[in-house]
Design a protein around this ligand. Structure first.
Ligand SMILES: [Zn+2]
Length: 84
């Protein structure tokens, strides 16, 4: 009885391991695809170079490229790109 259980366990072990590896790889790939900035990640201001968290930065899209500006540089960028 014990021998049968051991044989079954070893017969399934490679498949279980395979499934775990696939799941982990899939989870990691999905996480990269989302491209959500991690908490605590800082961005450098494109204007003055000051680093700040994402919440304190503003994105300014310029010809398809997204630039990050701090709260000090963002208003100047908006005015420069959007003259009223
Ligand atoms: Zn700045």
């Amino acid at each position: 009885m014990v021998d049968t259980w051991v044989q079954t366990a070893f017969a399934w072990a490679p498949w279980v391991l395979f499934a775990v590896i696939i799941s982990v790889t899939y989870a990691l790939t999905r996480r990269e695809e989302k491209r959500a900035p991690a908490v605590g990640q800082t961005f450098a201001c494109a204007g003055c170079g000051r680093r700040a968290a994402q919440g304190q930065m503003a994105t300014v899209e310029h010809e398809g490229a997204v630039n990050w500006y701090c709260h000090r540089c963002a208003p100047h960028q908006m005015q420069a790109r959007d003259p009223i």
